[in-house]
Design a protein around this ligand. Structure first.
Ligand code: COA
Length: 194
């Protein structure tokens, strides 16, 4: 096997991204209450790999990522909160870096109260821009349960390609769940729409 030509550029010192109608910024301690507002909702968690969370649960699970900008290392990854009109409406994660492939995974969650207006789409678009422009990645993936219709729609709205449908891939919340893999390459993202 030959050595991968991909080289990860140094992580930025701070990360703040302005998208259309949204701002992505690092987590601050005072965001925990707002995050627990939606991460504590059973319906929001239906397709997420955790049960409804309290502020303490959130701190325990992803506290090590708060404020960090490096994707590298076993516990690397970036969590950004999504702000719209000054309020925290959701959060995003970029993680599971594959250094040789120059690839990472993106995850998203938005409060039901902020849903249905294109804000999640704008936020994910801004994070994918960041993944390619700031982190120099060449590929971004999303893993989605096919029953998660809003996430499937979001990935497709952004032009991500459905690359795989794994059948009964894992035991998930009381059933054998299927798994879709969506992906987009940097060169596709940069290409002007046909
Ligand atoms: C997945 C999730 C983020 C999608 O939220 P969403 O509200 O559907 O997404 P958006 O905020 O982009 O809104 C899209 C809607 O706004 C509409 N819209 C209005 N203006 C828009 C614009 N400028 N751009 C895009 N969409 C726009 C779209 O047509 C769409 O309408 P619809 O709801 O009638 O289909 C949200 O459902 C969620 O957080 N779910 C729980 C967590 C989860 O499952 N995460 C993923 C695990 S893989």
């Amino acid at each position: 096997m030959s050595t991968s030509p991909f080289a990860l550029p140094p992580a930025p010192e701070t990360l703040e991204v302005t998208g259309e109608r949204v701002r992505l910024r690092p987590f601050e301690e005072r965001d925990l209450e707002a995050m627990a507002g939606y991460r504590g909702d059973a319906e929001v968690c239906r397709f997420l790999p955790f049960d409804p969370q309290s502020p303490d649960d959130i701190r325990r699970r992803i506290g090590h990522l708060f404020g960090g900008t490096s994707l590298e290392g076993e516990r690397g990854g970036v969590v950004l909160v999504i702000e719209s009109e000054g309020a925290v409406i959701g959060d995003l994660v970029l993680f599971h870096l594959d250094t040789d492939a120059g690839s990472a995974e993106i995850g998203w969650v938005v409060s039901p109260g902020a849903s249905g207006r294109g804000l999640a789409t704008a936020a994910v678009r801004a994070l994918i821009d960041t993944a390619f422009v700031v982190y120099g990645l060449r590929r971004v993936e999303a893993r989605i349960d096919p029953d998660n219709a809003r996430s499937v729609a979001l990935a497709e709205r952004l032009g991500m390609r459905r690359e795989a449908h794994f059948v009964e891939k894992e035991w998930f919340k009381g059933r054998w769940g299927d798994l879709l893999v969506y992906a987009v390459l940097a060169r596709e993202w940069a290409a002007p729409a046909a």
